[in-house]
Write a protein that binds this ligand. Structure first.
Ligand SMILES: [Ca+2]
Ligand SMILES: [Ca+2]
Length: 428
């Protein structure tokens, strides 16, 4: 009893001290290297998922020559499986990092990986058995719509596959589209164009979507318009957010106003959440924004998270929609290396890298009241010459493995095709 009381008192004291000391909080977390990988550029979803029935965390990554591999972590036996090769891509060109795997799960439990054959086509690979990586995966081309950056969303028996169409890279011009399958990916609908600026005069006409999040019938998309007069993906502007309503296939403002089947150039102003200046960026960046993601909490609160920087500032920002605009809070003003955001009850959790890329941090933020707690703060386990965290995505439906992240060597990332850089997990 005395010991118990002492422990409780110690815990209360620790809690009080932590609460009274800004920047210091519970920072439990540990890393472990899962695999070695190449440079891949997945967005903020599709790196890993947890299946509660199997009690396993599954992750997909690019190995040597960008071949696609998966691994499974068994939470009962506390062990990672051997890797299973899903597809042999054998790519060595400097653009091969675009052909990354995007992992999801079909309604029957089978694991599914989508891949864009960059700017040409989309492919789907499916595991032979539900909730298992074992065996020979099927693989086939499902679209030839000049696809890139696939973002699958599975809603019951319906699969939505969002992607950018590389409509005309010379303009540059990329629309955003969605195709649907009602039969586990065997057949697909014709594309619906959901975002299309048109060939606007200043050439910021390329849709780059980073965050895709579903709650109920709403699929929230968070994107920037890239391109500009210097050409394809040379600059970026603004952060936009809107949702696709699965009930009627309309695009809507976060407030719910319908913009019809397509958000066109004249409607972009109605879905602008953050205004940025493409010309005011630090020397080590070429875009103003980092990985915007919008989620809707169980209580209806809409939260947008992102990194943003100028020549003289770097920020990690969380914003809530107040009915007519966004109310912003800066969570960290030392870095803009935002990686991902996940809804967690009436809070959100974010993950981001320190400005020197040496640490990966996660914080929990509760919009009602503004409480902030550190979830983890870990040293990045570099090896093989890696010096930069590229992606760090929350595991979907996560268990004790919270995040799967990748590392790269920034200078040589496009030309190294052997898997030498750690893909690592964060336990927290
Ligand atoms: Ca995510
Ligand atoms: Ca419209």
């Amino acid at each position: 009893m005395v010991n118990l009381r002492r422990r409780v008192t110690a815990a209360l004291l620790t809690g009080a001290l932590l609460a009274a000391t800004p920047g210091v909080a519970q920072a439990a977390g540990s890393t472990e290297t899962v695999a070695s990988g190449v440079y891949n550029c997945p967005r903020t979803d599709g790196v890993a998922l947890y299946d509660a029935t199997a009690n396993k965390t599954f992750t997909a990554y690019g190995g040597t020559n960008h071949d696609i591999y998966v691994k499974a972590y068994d939470h009962a036996s506390n062990a990672w499986s051997a890797a299973v090769r899903v597809a042999t891509l054998n790519l060595t060109d400097d653009n091969a990092y675009h052909d990354y795997p995007v992992l999801t799960q079909l309604s029957d439990g089978r694991l599914a990986i989508f891949r864009a054959q960059h700017n040409k086509a989309a492919w789907l690979y499916v595991s032979p058995t539900p909730r298992s990586i074992t065996g020979t995966w099927s693989g086939r081309r499902i679209s030839t719509d000049l696809n890139t950056y696939p973002e699958p969303v599975v809603v019951g028996a319906t699969i939505y596959l969002f992607y950018s169409q590389s409509t005309d890279l010379h303009y540059p011009y990329r629309t955003y589209r969605v195709i649907r399958s009602l039969d586990s990916g065997n057949t697909w609908s014709a594309p619906q164009t959901v975002i299309d600026s048109g060939r606007i005069a200043d050439q910021f006409a390329e849709v780059y979507t980073f965050g895709v999040f579903r709650r109920d019938n709403r699929i929230y998309l968070s994107w920037s318009m890239h391109g500009g007069p210097q050409g394809h993906n040379k600059q970026g502007r603004n952060i936009y957010t809107a949702y696709f309503d699965t009930a009627d296939s309309s695009m809507r403002t976060v407030a719910g106003a319908s913009l019809g089947t397509t958000i066109d150039g004249s409607e972009l102003g109605r879905v602008t959440a953050v205004t940025t200046n493409p010309a005011d960026i630090p020397a080590d960046k070429f875009l103003p924004e980092e990985n915007p993601v919008t989620v809707r909490l169980e209580n209806g609160t809409i939260v947008l998270g992102y990194g943003v920087h100028t020549r003289t500032t770097r920020r990690i920002v969380l914003a809530t929609f107040n009915g007519s605009g966004w109310t912003s809070t800066t969570l960290d003003s030392t870095t803009s290396n935002f990686k991902d955001l996940v809804a967690s009850g009436s809070s959100v959790e974010i993950v981001y890298a320190s400005v020197d890329n040496k640490r990966l941090l996660s914080k929990r933020w509760t919009p009602a009241g503004g409480a902030v707690a550190t979830r983890f703060d870990v040293a990045v386990p570099y090896s093989g010459g890696a010096d930069t965290v590229f992606y760090a995505d929350f595991v979907e439906n996560r268990s004790s493995i919270s995040v799967i992240a990748s590392t790269i060597n920034q200078a040589t990332r496009n030309t190294v095709d052997d898997a030498r850089w750690p893909v690592f997990a964060v336990r927290a």
